[in-house]
Design a protein around this ligand. Structure first.
Ligand SMILES: [Zn+2]
Length: 363
């Protein structure tokens, strides 16, 4: 091949690569509409290319996802609800920003990745996607991995607080269900529950309530009842059409709804709820362990196991090696040993989980 031919080839392939990279993805009201140049005919099939796109245009404004200042200037749109098409949630702007952030992080562009994840996290509450706490905690997790421990702690506290208030899923669901009740033109709701509810939720569960309080046969729906346990949720019901889900056969729903307001859970139900609380402790210990691990791997890399899961295993069984590390850590002012109280809770949690698994196997 002539030199000219070789040069032309090299240039062409370079162009092809950069063209693929410099694809621009368009969004309207937070939902993916098209990509230019089109990477293929089906957006869902081409989503891997879309997650890698450097440029986006959201509601007519262009942003560069590899430039921190541009990322910080991304405006939060008025998100539309995504439909049930194949692309669904994967076409949501926040979803795509999070995917792009992960790819940037994988490529070692950590600063841009964190800036992008931060902006995406700020937009999550309005994005019409039911993100879990774990989704939100990815941001402090990444900060932690880069040694930004103070910033990680602040972000984490902020997320925890939001989950007690504005992001409380029960409360959000309740608002949504009240809208539904209005659409269905009914004043009645039923308190559905999962058997692992708390003693307070137990008082409300299974009843029918009058939303307005005007239907004197039923108790008035509690206002602002949003418990943090996996508790009750209120769903609209229509008299003479909806069948009460929890009311015993031999009882009338009016009578059942007016039963005494007491915690009437049995032992099994209390146990399930206890396990739910234990899970909270388990998760928070795991989080602290992760933070400790990231710190120690920087401070005493030679002493530390290569993976976090290996560190956790040695911690849980308090091996000699772990005790050595713990001694080193205490010289650095860190206490990484598990307090006796937490240890008992985690043992109980693990035992219960194991029993659950065995139960599942035999069933
Ligand atoms: Zn509760």
């Amino acid at each position: 091949m002539s030199l000219f031919g070789k040069l032309k080839n090299a240039l062409f392939s370079k162009e092809a690569v950069s063209e693929r990279k410099e694809i621009t993805v368009y969004f309207e009201n937070g939902l993916l509409t098209r990509a230019v140049p089109p990477p293929g005919t089906d957006l869902y099939e081409c989503r891997e290319i879309i997650y890698n796109a450097r440029y986006i245009v959201s509601d007519g404004r262009k942003y560069d996802l590899e430039n921190v200042r541009s990322i910080e200037s991304i405006r939060s749109p008025e998100f539309d609800y995504f439909d049930n098409s194949e692309i669904g949630v994967t076409g949501n702007l926040v979803y795509i920003l999070r995917m792009k952030a992960s790819r940037l992080k994988k490529d070692g562009k950590v600063d841009v990745a964190i800036a992008l994840l931060k902006r995406a996290t700020e937009m999550m509450p309005n994005s019409k996607v039911g993100w879990t706490k774990k989704d939100y905690l990815r941001f402090p997790d990444w900060l932690c991995e880069t040694g930004e421990f103070e910033a990680a702690k602040t972000a984490r506290n902020c997320i925890e607080k939001s989950f007690e208030t504005t992001l409380n899923a029960n409360r959000q669901l309740q608002l949504h269900q009240l809208e539904n009740a209005e659409k269905l033109n009914t004043d009645l709701v039923e308190a559905n529950y999962f058997c692992g509810c708390c003693g307070e939720c137990a008082k409300y569960r299974g009843r029918w309530f009058s939303i307005s309080g005007k239907d004197g046969r039923f108790p008035k729906m509690p206002v602002d009842y949003g418990c943090n346990c996996q508790g009750i949720s209120l769903h609209p019901v229509i008299e003479n059409i909806s069948k009460p889900l929890y009311c015993p056969e031999n009882k009338d729903i009016v009578e059942y709804s007016n039963r005494p307001f007491i915690d009437d859970r049995d032992e099994k139900e209390k146990e399930i709820h206890q396990h739910y609380l234990d899970r909270g402790v388990f998760e928070s210990v795991k989080y602290q362990d992760k933070e400790d691990y990231e710190k120690l791997i920087r401070l005493i890399p030679d002493e530390m196991p290569k993976s976090f899961s290996a560190y956790r295993r040695m911690k849980m069984s308090e091996t000699d090696k772990f005790l050595c590390i713990s001694e080193e850590a205490s010289k650095l002012g860190m206490n990484i040993r598990l307090p006796e109280k937490e240890k008992l809770i985690i043992d109980r949690y693990n035992k219960y989980e194991k029993a659950l698994k065995e139960n599942n196997k035999t069933q």
